[in-house]
Design a protein around this ligand. Sequence first.
Ligand SMILES: *Cc1c(COP(=O)(O)O)cnc(C)c1O
Length: 399
Amino acid sequence: MITRAECARRDAVDPLRSFRDEFRLPEGVVYLDGNSLGALPRRTPGRVREMVEREWGEGLIRSWNTAGWYDLPRGLGDRLGPLVGAAEGQIVVCDSTSINLFKVLAAALRLRPGRRTVICDADSFPTDLYIAQGLDGVTPRAIDPAELADHLDSEVAAVLLSHVDYRTGRLYDMAAITELAHRHGALMIWDLCHTAGALPLALDDCEVDFAVGCTYKYLNGGPGSPAFLYAASRHHDAAQPLTGWFGHADPFAFDPTYTPATGIGRFLVGTPPLLSYAGLQASLDIWEKVDLHELRRKSQSLTGLFIELTPGLDLAGPQDPALRGSQVSFRHPNGYPIVQALIDRGVIGDFRTPDIMRFGFAPLYLSHTDVWDAAAALTDVLTTEAWRAPRYTERSTVT
Ligand SMILES: *Cc1c(COP(=O)(O)O)cnc(C)c1O
């Protein structure tokens, strides 16, 4: 089996190795949960402090203009564009992924009058299913994405899928699936929560209709940082039902009648929670320097190494690195206490019901030696059965 020294040699030639210094990670921790809450960039506290003390404290209301607050939802959207393969003017950063899902699903349904079915992945992250279930007059159809072709008929308005499955880490073929949906007259909506910042994306080239995603996972925007919404330019005359004043053509005209903004702005709703934008401003300063193809290569190297170093475990996702996002999941009937025992040893992963041990590999701040250490800890917890200690079975609210 590969040695720790060989991992150190791989780290020495890693083109992304200098990015680790951009992040503040606690001593003795191998953080394998950057797919759930990204690590803290060193530059973020300073940026948040600047927004609070200078822009708010001194600039006060003037900062809407002088500090560029008003332009942040569109401006950060344009800065995100290259990370997801979107030309300017098609992304806004706002609200949560769940709310943005509501907006794009409703807009898609209005673009396909007469069609009332929305296809979702039955194993999808539940909020995607819940939002589809909550829309008036919609028939959500939860399916196995492998059988998508069998479900596409003239009733289907939209297909909503996660590009990377949050449990197993399986990566779907965005170009092929989008093309398949279009061939049947349906619009394609991608949830990019587990893709943005994990691998390169090509939304424009794949002719995706709408996409949503969050910025607090791989993108390191901070807990609860705002989500993003992509709408292809050709859909900018679509109506979305959350017609708030920030989506108005001229919010400061205070016109009693709603007139939607032209362009992506009509997908905005209300006043952005600005303090949570500061973290994303800081993390995008880092992301703008990342070569996403190198990121993908390193991600595949790290996930492949972790699988190689943990033989005998029941891999929940694909063996083929081309079909894998930036995470590795194993099924184990005692997954919950095993993950707790690992966290106790400084290896932070997470657990997803019913039996998934999930490990995310954020290539900007993880090294091959980290992966080696994490695999050694996992092997040790399993061989010594340390996870059997009663304290590891108590469940917290957030798993
Ligand atoms: C994390 C995640 C979300 C989160 O939605 P919020 O509205 O930000 O809570 C949605 N979809 C997927 C696939 C996710 O992984």
